[in-house]
Design a protein around this ligand. Structure first.
Ligand code: 5AD
Ligand code: SF4
Length: 488
C-alpha cells in the first residue's frame, strides 16, 4: 500500500556520473539506473513490468520483503497478484528442513515459467542463501536463476539488479556477516495502520538447534534516534501500531556507543504521538528484566502480551539446547510477569523431539504447559540443521515417537489456550480493525491488545480504527463479537 518516502529525488541524480561510494546514495543511484532500464523495457514491450515478492518464514523476513518491495516499486515495477511476474524474488527461510525442500520445488516451477517468458528475472535471497551448500546447489541445478543474495545485503537489491540487467550472467553476492546498517531506503508497508520496525539485527545466543546466528550474523542494534525517526514518520502517515522486531530484543542497545536498555527504548517509543499500540518480538526468557516487566505494567501503549519462547520444559534438554535457563527459572519468570500484569497474555514456541529427549523430559514440557496455561503456542518438530551444535548430537528421537508426543502436546495446548481465551467472554474490549473477512460475509477481523482475533459485523470504513467490541462467543482461538457503544 503506502510507500515510505525519503529525501532522495531520483530525477535529480546524474546518471552519467560514476556511482557514489557512500550509502544509501549509491543505492538511489542504482534505483535511478534500474528505473531507466525498466522504462525502456516497458516501451519495448508496450506494457508495464510487474514484480512479485514471495516471503517464507518469520516476521524478520516479512519486514525484509517490505524493503525489497519498496525498492522494486521505486524502480517502477507494478506489484503482480501472483508469481506470473517479470521480476520474482523468493525471500527464503532455513529454520527447519522442510522450509528448504519447499523452496527448491517452487524454484523449479519458476524455471518453467521463465521458459515461457525469457525476459523474466528470478532472484533468491534470505536465510537459505547464507548456506554455502544451498548456493552451490542452485548454481549447479538451477542455472536459470538471475540473482542470489543474502540477509546482510538486501539493501543492495538495485545495484545487483543493475548488474544483472547489464551483464546477463548469474549475479551472486553473499556476505558472511556485517556490522553495517544502511538507513533511509524506501520501504513498502502491507497495512496502512500497523507496521514492523527493526530495532536490531542478528543473534548471539547460539541455541544449539538454531541456524539463525549463522545466517543472520552477530547482534547489532539500530541507533535509537534512527528508530524513533522511522516510527515518527510512520505515525505521521497514519500508523497506529508498531511491532519492534529483533531476534532477542532484551539485548537491544548493549553494543551502542551510548548504551540503552530495551525498556529505555520502549519508554521513548511510548512518547510518540499517534502510536497507540506497541508490540515487540522476541524476548529471550534468560534475560527478560524486572525493568521490562515494570515498564510494561505502567505503559498505556505496550500491549499486554509477551511471546516467551520456552522450547522445552526439561532443564536437562534446555541445557543441551544452550538456553541458559531451567524449568524453574521459566516458571518463576511467568509468575513474576503475571504477578505484575494479571491479565497479560503469554504465548510460546516449543520444540518436540530434540536429540536425547526422553518421555520424562517430554512430561516436563507438558507439566509447564499445564502450569503456565499458555494463551497460545507454536509447536515444532525438531529439525536437524547442518552446521549447528545439535546436528552432531546423539540419540535422535525416532519420528513416530516425536509425532506421538507432538499430538499429545497439541491436545494439551488446545485445552489450556481455550480455557484462557474464555476468560474474556462477555467483556467489551478495544479492537484494532485489520481487514474484512475473505469470505465476503460482511464480517471484519480485528485484534485485541492481547493478540486474540475477533470477528464481527461492520463497515469496511472501520479498517485501521479502534472500536469497542462485545466479545459474545468464544470459539477456541478467536471470538465472534458485536460492535459496542463503549468499553466496559
Ligand atoms: N527445529 C525445530 N524448530 C526450530 N526452531 C528453531 N530452530 C528449529 C529447529 N532446528 C523454532 C524455535 C524458534 C522458532 C522460531 O522456530 O521454537 O523459537
Ligand atoms: Fe535462534 Fe536462540 Fe537466537 Fe532465537 S535466541 S534466533 S532460537 S539462536
Amino acid at each position: 500500500m503506502g510507500i515510505m518516502y525519503h529525501q532522495f529525488d531520483l530525477d535529480n541524480i546524474n546518471l552519467d556520473m560514476q556511482p557514489p561510494m557512500e550509502e544509501p546514495a549509491r543505492q538511489y543511484y542504482f534505483m535511478a539506473k534500474c528505473r531507466e532500464h525498466v522504462r525502456k523495457e516497458q516501451a519495448r514491450l508496450g506494457r508495464p513490468l510487474t514484480c512479485a515478492t514471495v516471503t517464507f518464514g518469520c516476521q524478520m523476513n516479512a519486514k525484509d520483503s517490505e524493503k525489497l518491495e519498496g525498492i522494486l516499486e521505486t524502480i517502477g515495477y507494478q506489484k503482480a497478484d501472483s508469481e506470473a511476474a517479470d521480476f520474482v524474488i523468493y525471500n527464503t527461510c532455513t529454520v527447519r528442513e522442510n522450509a528448504n525442500t519447499k523452496v527448491y520445488g517452487r524454484i523449479g516451477y519458476l524455471g518453467m515459467r521463465k521458459k515461457k517468458n525469457p525476459d523474466m528475472k528470478i532472484a533468491l535471497c534470505g536465510c537459505m542463501m547464507q548456506e554455502s551448500q544451498v548456493v552451490e546447489k542452485i548454481k549447479k541445478s538451477y542455472r536459470f536463476v538471475d540473482i542470489i543474495f543474502g540477509t546482510h545485503n538486501i539493501f543492495k537489491l538495485a545495484e545487483l539488479m543493475y548488474e544483472s540487467f547489464t551483464k546477463r550472467h548469474m549475479v551472486t553476492e553473499i556476505w558472511e556477516d556485517t556490522t553495517q546498517i544502511v538507513e533511509d531506503l524506501p520501504s513498502e508497508h502491507k497495512y496502512t495502520f500497523k507496521a514492523g520496525v527493526n530495532i536490531m539485527y542478528g543473534c548471539n545466543n547460539f541455541c544449539s538447534y538454531c541456524i539463525v546466528p549463522y545466517v543472520r550474523g552477530r547482534e547489532r542494534s539500530r541507533k535509537p534516534e534512527d528508530i524513533l525517526a522511522e516510527i515518527k514518520k510512520l505515525a505521521a502517515e497514519g500508523i497506529v501500531e508498531v511491532m519492534l522486531l529483533g531476534q532477542n530484543v532484551n539485548s537491544y542497545g548493549k553494543t551502542l556507543e551510548h548504551p540503552l536498555s530495551f525498556s529505555g527504548l520502549l519508554k521513548m517509543v511510548e512518547q510518540i504521538e499517534g502510536i497507540e499500540r506497541i508490540r515487540f518480538m522476541t524476548p529471550h526468557p534468560k534475560d527478560l528484566s524486572e525493568e521490562l516487566i515494570e515498564t510494561m505494567k505502567h505503559s498505556k501503549k505496550i500491549c499486554p502480551h509477551v511471546h516467551l519462547p520456552m522450547q522445552s520444559g526439561s532443564s536437562r534438554i534446555l541445557k543441551a539446547m544452550n538456553r541458559k535457563y531451567t524449568k524453574e527459572d521459566y516458571l518463576k519468570l511467568v509468575d513474576n510477569i503475571r504477578a505484575s500484569m494479571p491479565d497479560v497474555s503469554i504465548t510460546t514456541d516449543i520444540i518436540v523431539g530434540f536429540p536425547g529427549e526422553t518421555e520424562e523430559d517430554f512430561e516436563d514440557t507438558l507439566d509447564v504447559v499445564r502450569k503456565v496455561g499458555f494463551d497460545s503456542a507454536y509447536t515444532f518438530l525438531y529439525s536437524k540443521r547442518t552446521g549447528t551444535v545439535a546436528a552432531k548430537m546423539e540419540h535422535p528421537v525416532p519420528k513416530d515417537v516425536a509425532s506421538e508426543r507432538f499430538g499429545r502436546l497439541l491436545a494439551e495446548i488446545k485445552k489450556t489456550s481455550e480455557e484462557r481465551a474464555l476468560r474474556y467472554q462477555g467483556r467489551v474490549m478495544e479492537v484494532l480493525v485489520e481487514e474484512k473477512n475473505a469470505q465476503g460475509d460482511g464480517m471484519l477481523t480485528g485484534r485485541l491488545g492481547n493478540n486474540l482475533l475477533v470477528h464481527f459485523k461492520g463497515e469496511d470504513s472501520l479498517i485501521g480504527k479502534f472500536v469497542p467490541v462485545h466479545l459474545a462467543e468464544c470459539r477456541g482461538f478467536y471470538y465472534i463479537g458485536t460492535l459496542s457503544e463503549k468499553k466496559s
